[in-house]
Design a protein around this ligand. Sequence first.
Ligand code: CP
Length: 358
Amino acid sequence: MKRISWEEYTNLRVSDRIPYLSKPNTDNEPFHVLYSQQFTREMLDHLCALADKIRALHKTERGGDLLRSTLRNKNALNLFAQPSTRTFMSFLMAEQKLGMEVVDIRDVSTSSQAKGESLQNSIRTFSSYVDAIIMRHPDAGAAELAAYEMNMADRRIPVLNGGSGRDQHPTQALLDIYTLTKSLGEIDGKKIAMVGDLLRGRTVRSLSYLMKNYEDVELYYVAPERLRMADDVKDFLKRSHIRYTESENLEAVVSIVDAVYMTRIQWEWDRAAGAKSPDAGEYDPRFVFRKEYLDRMKKRSCLLHPLPKINEIDPELDYSDDPRVVYWRQERNGMWARAALLARIFDVDRTIMDSDDD
Ligand code: CP
């Protein structure tokens, strides 16, 4: 791959950056994972099947031993410069299930970045000690800068984006696809509502991009006017011939769609911009999933949320035994989906799929 400057690289469209994020001599098989646009349908189907297999193997002693042997000579850094519960925990558990040794940095003020070291030099240093970096960062381009640095370095290790600014959260989108597939049987032909803070929510952005891999999907964006989905995603949907509608009426769509994907209003962005109190939208009942909405949903449908949630789902549903309420299963699925991704990146997926220890 030709070396290009950071400026040249960042002038490329995302589709033209993908070769720089891929394993050499492959058909753009992800090495670094930064954008959900890197995933093809074939990869998504494979990763879902692999996640199922890992889950099944984990249930037996021999299967668990086999999994732990696959990456026991590898180690990972979980570099989380922004708060996280489930992405951090599920990556940690996924890494351990595959036998990796893991170190973490959750407070960059304890690293030499506090002395003024650049992100690039810090990443270069981390790469001296570990075989992969999983990274969450408040800045949209930080994981990409880390991946670029690794491409320039002689020890190129993968960088996985665990959430970058308002931009993307590709591994969340992967576990969302896994959950939708398990809940609905298939995603082709399905109607999916995404509700809440669509402007600042990176999960809904990444998931929207993945819809290009499925036939005849229709999206229903339900958001307060000021928090509607951004134009770059909507332009992508138009170019990809994916139908979408926009409204402020969750109640009207719950009976139409196959999946409702709730998100919270991300008040922290308003606070960072100097707002003194939550916008009225945070408590707007039009964007709250009420318990009775479940009665109106299709028999085979599902209610998702990437979590954390605040008040946008009736808390009684937390204890519902209705199989359509899947958000707790969804967060557990993150562990299996992320284990599948790590196994694929490190080329141990065939060993896992071929095992009969489940
Ligand atoms: N869904 C998600 O990214 O959750 P965390 O912020 O807890 O990692």
